[in-house]
Design a binder for this molecule. Sequence first.
Ligand SMILES: *Cc1c(COP(=O)(O)O)cnc(C)c1O
Length: 399
Amino acid sequence: MNVPLLDLKAQYDPIRKQVMAAIERVFDSHAFILGPTVREFEERIASYCEVECAVGVSSGTDALLVSLMALGVGPGDEVITTPYSFFATAGCIARVGAKPVFVDIDPVTYNIDPARIEEAITPRTRAILPVHLYGQCAEMEPILEIAASHDLPVVEDAAQAIGAQYRDGRQAGGMGTLGCFSFFPSKNLGGLGDGGMVLTNDTELADRVRTLRAHGGKPKYYHKLIGGNFRLDALQAAVLNVKLDYLDGWTAKRQNNARRYAALFAESGLIEEAGPKLPEAVYEKSGVSRYHIYNQFVIRVADRDRLQASLQQAGITTALYYPVPFHLQECFESLGHREGDFPEAERAAKQTLALPVYPELSNRQQEAVVESIRASKAANAVVKPRPVVAGFPTGGSTI
Ligand SMILES: *Cc1c(COP(=O)(O)O)cnc(C)c1O
């Protein structure tokens, strides 16, 4: 059975008329750069995430870049982050001239391990940049505590995590000094191209981001700052405005799919001693709960490459996020890292595999995925699973 990793046709077919009408409104208004459509979308995202300010920008990458620029991070500075994420996380730190300082991940959530952050702080540290990988929040409480005790700002890379929550419903992107979203088409809220957003409760920082996204001129043509062209297109904002109404419903479907995977894996006997390790969804760990929005459903298997190849043969598309951790990337060679420096990130890079979890995935397709994993010999050469998945999210709206 053919199971794609993502099916954008299935997502757009039911909302095609609405999306086209929104595009036509922008087309007829000729207000293509910023203007009321972008403003409306910014206000709606700010209220969705319960923050004061949201500034639409050209991509998730530019959201990170302009956030670091607004904080004044530059040459000679260090920014603490994870070695295991999409490239933009570390790339943006280097692009402002600062040094990315990596801290290994928690092998259960794949997010930065807060217990190792303190020892990475030096007098040059200027910010902490956690990522909410795959749609599950990093352990923000200790991260925010450490940051506060060293007077450091926190920039959340929430590119994969719009709608994810942490403790008592605190929103991904709304907990740090600045939060960054991406509207890349494969994110849970995706546009028809690139787009991003910076969130903050600090009106002065929001102002700087707004100024920097239009070359740093304020008033126009008078530059105290050097910015760039980091604007969100009105056309993207119009499409995203339509799609935002559906986000919670889509999230609920992703969560249902995650729950169904867990049940199917359990039935097939695959998460006994020697099965693939499932993502540890919302789980209780000293009272910490996470509301996972499953941008990706990632399992851990020792013989990952063989399993991926056999699934591909069965028509099932999976993905590797991410095969090479930052500290082993050629472009960061000058940082002087070696294999073994961040063992958990290295293991994750070798063992993780993302299965299709998109909202429109059918029961039959999911059964086919799990059946193909069971049938594959590769699934038996596995990593011993960690303690049982304790629970899955029950919140969110249902459809
Ligand atoms: C997608 C992504 C980005 C970059 O977003 P773009 O909109 O593609 O520029 C940054 N960080 C993470 C973790 C991402 O997944």
